[in-house]
Write a protein of this length. Structure first.
Length: 43
């Protein structure tokens, strides 16, 4: 989800609900690499 899309719809994560939004694809790639998932893993 992009920051522009969040702003367009006036969306913000609620800290009290433990929400956060991944807005940078680079971070997603790092998380996926760190998880060392295989094609057989169910997430």
């Amino acid at each position: 989800m992009s920051n522009a899309l969040l702003k367009k719809h006036n969306l913000r994560p609620k800290k009290s609900l433990g929400q956060n939004f991944l807005t940078d694809p680079k971070h997603l790639r790092k998380i996926i690499q760190a998880a060392e998932l295989s094609a057989n893993d169910i997430v």
